[in-house]
Design a protein around this ligand. Structure first.
Ligand code: ADP
Ligand code: MG
Length: 278
C-alpha cells in the first residue's frame, strides 16, 4: 500500500489527530488536524496549526532520538503527516512542571509563575469521561495500568526529556513552564518490549513563556481573545530553526526506518547500555 493511498484504513480520530494504518505492520500514520484540542472555546479550528505542530513535534522527537530517548517517530512524511511506530499506549498523561501554573496554582494555592524548587512529575488517567483524574503511582500499579518498573522508566525518561527540552527552549528565550507527554509499549519481539515516547510534543501540550516579556507561546494562548495563535506557534518554530514547508511539497527528515531497522537499533542501544552498566 502506498503511504498516500486514499484507501488507507482510519484507525482512530481524536481531537487533534487522525491515525491511519501504516505501510508496514507495526507502523501508523499520524495526521495532524487544525482543531483546537478541547482547551479553546475561543478558537475552534486554527488554520495551519496541524502543520506547525507536526513540524515542531517531528523536530523535538528527532532531537530526543539523538540523545538516546526512544520515540515513536520514524519519519516526517509531509506537512501534516508522520510515520510512527505503533505502540500500546499507556493511558496516562504525564505532566512535568517547572513553574507554577494552571491546576497547580488552583489546587495548591501557589503563586502563578513561581519557579518550583524542583521539577514535579504528575500522572493523570487518560479518561475524558472522568475529566482525566490525577493519580499516584499507587493507583497506576493497583489498577494495573502500568507496572512499577514501567512507571520508574516513564519517570526517568520524563526527567531526561524535561532537562533536554528546558535547555533547548531556554536557548531560544522561552521558559518551559510545564508540558504533557504520552508513552507506549513497543514490542520489539514476542518477548521484548520497551517504553517509548508517543503522541506529540508541541506547543499544544506545553506552557511556554517568553523569558523577557512573559508572553504565552503555548496552549494558554487559546484562552486569550483576538490573539493570532498561528503567528505565535510559527514563532516557536522559527526560534527553534524549524521552517515547515507551507507550500504543500513533501519534505523529508531523514530516511524511513523500517520496523526491522528500528528494532535492530533498539537492541543495539540496549546492548550498549548493558555493556556500559556492567
Ligand atoms: P485524543 O483526543 O485521544 O487525545 P489525539 O487527537 O491526540 O487523540 O490523537 C492521537 C491518539 O493516538 C491519542 O489517543 C494517542 O494516545 C494515540 N497515539 C499517539 N501515538 C500513538 C502511537 N504511536 N501508537 C498508537 N497510538 C498512538
Ligand atoms: Mg491527544
Amino acid at each position: 500500500m502506498s503511504l498516500f493511498s486514499p484507501k488507507r484504513k482510519k484507525l482512530y480520530e481524536g481531537k487533534a489527530k487522525i491515525l491511519y494504518e501504516g505501510p508496514e505492520p507495526g507502523t501508523i500514520i499520524q495526521y495532524f488536524k487544525d482543531d483546537a484540542a478541547c482547551r479553546g472555546p475561543k478558537h475552534d479550528t486554527i488554520s495551519g496549526k496541524g502543520v506547525l505542530n507536526n513540524a515542531i513535534s517531528s523536530f523535538l522527537m528527532s532531537k530526543l532520538g539523538e540523545i538516546g530517548v526512544p520515540t515513536h517517530l520514524l519519519k516526517k512524511l509531509n506537512m501534516r503527516e508522520q510515520l510512527v511506530a505503533q505502540v500500546d499506549i499507556i493511558p496516562i498523561e504525564v505532566v512535568v512542571r517547572n513553574y507554577a501554573a494552571g491546576s497547580l496554582v488552583k489546587r495548591y494555592g501557589l503563586e502563578k509563575g513561581k519557579a518550583l524548587p524542583r521539577a514535579i512529575v504528575e500522572y493523570y488517567l487518560k479518561k475524558d469521561e472522568l475529566n482525566n483524574p490525577m493519580v499516584s503511582e499507587e493507583h497506576i500499579t493497583a489498577f494495573g495500568v502500568a507496572s512499577l518498573p514501567e512507571i520508574d522508566e516513564i519517570y526517568s525518561l520524563a526527567m531526561r526529556i524535561n532537562d533536554y527540552l528546558s535547555g533547548m527552549f531556554l536557548g531560544v528565550g522561552l521558559r518551559l513552564a510545564d508540558f504533557k507527554l504520552e508513552f507506549g509499549r513497543q514490542f520489539l519481539s514476542e518477548h521484548e518490549l520497551r517504553i517509548i515516547v508517543a503522541d506529540e510534543i508541541s506547543p499544544d501540550h506545553c506552557r511556554l513563556w517568553d523569558m523577557k516579556t512573559n508572553m504565552d507561546f503555548g496552549h494558554d494562548i487559546y484562552r486569550e481573545e483576538s490573539v493570532d495563535v498561528i503567528a505565535r506557534f510559527r514563532e516557536v518554530a522559527a526560534r527553534l530553526g524549524v521552517f515547515p514547508d507551507l507550500t504543500g511539497n513533501t519534505d523529508s527528515n531523514g530516511d524511513v526506518l523500517s520496523m526491522a531497522d528500528a528494532a535492530e537499533r533498539a537492541s543495539q542501544s540496549a546492548k550498549t547500555k548493558e555493556a556500559g552498566s556492567a
